[in-house]
Design a protein around this ligand. Sequence first.
Ligand SMILES: Nc1ncnc2c1ncn2[C@@H]1O[C@H](COP(=O)(O)OP(=O)(O)OP(=O)(O)O)[C@@H](O)[C@H]1O
Ligand SMILES: [Mg+2]
Length: 244
Amino acid sequence: MLVVDNLSVRYFGSKDNAISNISLTFQQGEFICILGKSGAGKSTFIRSLNGLQTPTSGDIFWEGKQISNQKEEELRKIRREMGMIFQHFNLIPRLSVLQNVLTGLAGYRSSVKNMFGIFTAEEKKAAEQVIAEVGLKDYIHQRVEHLSGGQKQRVGIARALLQRPKVLLGDEPVSSLDPGISNRIFTLIKELHERHQLLTIINVHDVELAKRFATRIISFSNGNVIFDGSPEQFNEKIFHITYQ
Ligand SMILES: Nc1ncnc2c1ncn2[C@@H]1O[C@H](COP(=O)(O)OP(=O)(O)OP(=O)(O)O)[C@@H](O)[C@H]1O
Ligand SMILES: [Mg+2]
């Protein structure tokens, strides 16, 4: 269970909160899509969940542990339980699919091992398995820079999956992709979500995608939650309030 308790974030030098007094509870198995227009606070919120963004006030608890108050070592353990995928993939273009995916193990390894890129046969086997899961078996030794956008995001998903996460976070992971590809990527995410019994929380641009895949939709406006309900409840009126 992931609990957000009265969370506010204000950026340095800004006079307004980016998000204000957010309280939400997420259960394992939920597939949550977050909607809201540009500047609503979606990225700030999602980045707060795994401690990439420090709260100005309020707390986040993952399985009872307060995220904001942890020592480095404990925070590393918590972070590896939370895989993240990004709009611009955040891959290393010159490296192969396999090498990129293996960076997902960073949270499990010493910094020396990470620096020298030394991986055991077992680690490589686990990486091969997640690469197959995302449908990139034939591309394993290709440099990432030669892949299409959809394939790059599959690499991003495989990297997150190699962490063996319990939570999958996404900050607009399909906003750089064509609608058809976006749908296929969401289909893959949903499959993995079910197979690995994840809690999935994704910011999305496309309301139709959210309605098709989410079990719960949350919409943000001006840093506040203005809707939290089922896809069916997200109606025309809520749509207009969200995007007005
Ligand atoms: N690093 C930053 N420094 C100062 N202000 C920021 C910073 N990042 C975001 N903001 C501000 O915080 C508010 C929320 O931004 P955020 O990026 O979380 O919104 P978003 O919903 O993700 O928008 P988008 O759809 O454009 O990605 C906005 O007013 C934004 O200008
Ligand atoms: Mg954003």
